[in-house]
Write a protein that binds this ligand. Structure first.
Ligand code: NDP
Length: 271
């Protein structure tokens, strides 16, 4: 299964998250190895943000992808309080420097703040014109926010996993209608889902690990990209092995039974 972005790129449905990566010097080598192992195993999207560790995540990602930039679909995010015209440019160039690259594949507004969307989007469009970013998008915007956003976003990155199914009611259909993929963050609910006994049993019944089952479920529609964070080579390889896994109907039905989808709109949740 592949995810198609409106500006052209097609990427595998599972990527690599990097929140809290780069914070602990003792874990640095393992985290770099994990990103490289994920790329070796076929993952392409690497998601970071200027916020993560005040740039430490971007620094580490830059080191991990050095020499293999062209294999990566690189995503970073601007903080809402840097999202005015001058701030976007400054923040983007800071991210490019830390990442050791001349371009981002996708640059997101991390969440909605006080700067009018028009100003942020104009600044994004100028970065596109200059070749600093190849596309722009948003994160943590609900359908009402999206209605106010000027056209042209390549994605909305939101919290989505079996216990955060609210986006299925309104947001995911809306993005589908716009022809843009969603990015699912915290797809493993920061590992909290992995202790769920019924999920573990279900995963075992189809020879998957619980993480693989959850990831295959998150991306099942073909227009949702999951970006699990893996801090070890083993976890990165395990997650990559969920690429292309199509869950049988009875497994999907059982997940619906354990984690029923809401029937009515629920406010978009954030972590
Ligand atoms: P995830 O749901 O990706 O969970 C990460 C946790 O799961 C880590 O503890 C990791 O452990 C563990 N894990 C990963 N793979 C496995 C595996 N195969 N087996 C067992 N455990 C595993 O949480 P995140 O919050 O990190 O979300 C993913 C990414 O989404 C972030 O890193 C970030 O890039 C993005 N994000 C964006 C947000 C936004 O506002 N736009 C908000 C939150 C996240 P270990 O480290 O030991 O591998």
């Amino acid at each position: 299964m592949s995810i198609r972005f409106p500006h052209g790129p097609v990427v595998p449905e599972i990527g690599i998250g990097t929140w809290f990566v780069g914070d602990e010097p003792a874990r640095r080598d393992g985290e770099i190895a994990a990103i490289r192992a994920g790329l070796d195993a076929g993952l392409r999207v690497v998601d970071t943000a200027e916020m993560y560790g005040d740039g430490r995540s971007e620094d580490l990602v830059g080191e991990a992808i050095a020499g293999r930039r062209d294999e990566v679909f690189l995503v970073s995010k601007v903080l809402p309080y840097n999202a005015d015209a001058a701030g976007v440019r400054r923040a983007a160039h800071g991210s490019l420097t830390r990442l050791g690259t001349d371009r981002l594949d996708l640059y997101l507004l991390h969440w909605r703040g006080g700067v009018p969307f028009d100003e942020t989007v104009s600044a994004f469009e100028r970065l596109v014109a200059d070749g600093d970013i190849l596309s722009w998008g948003v994160s943590n915007l609900d359908p009402d926010d999206l209605a106010e956003l000027p056209a042209g976003a390549a994605t909305d990155q939101v919290l989505y996993n079996p216990i955060r199914r609210g986006p299925e009611v309104d947001l995911l259909p809306l993005l589908r209608g716009l022809g843009i993929p969603a990015m699912a963050y915290s797809p493993l609910e920061q590992a909290r889902l992995l202790d769920h006994p019924a999920l573990a049993d279900l995963a075992a019944s189809v020879d998957l690990t619980t993480a693989q089952l959850v990831l295959a479920w998150v991306v099942r529609s073909g227009d949702v990209l999951a970006i699990p964070k893996a801090g070890s080579v083993a976890h990165a390889q395990e997650n990559a092995a969920a690429l292309g896994v199509a869950l049988p109907a009875d497994v999907l039905a059982e997940i619906d039974r354990i984690f029923p989808a809401p029937r009515h709109p629920v406010p978009l949740e954030m972590l």
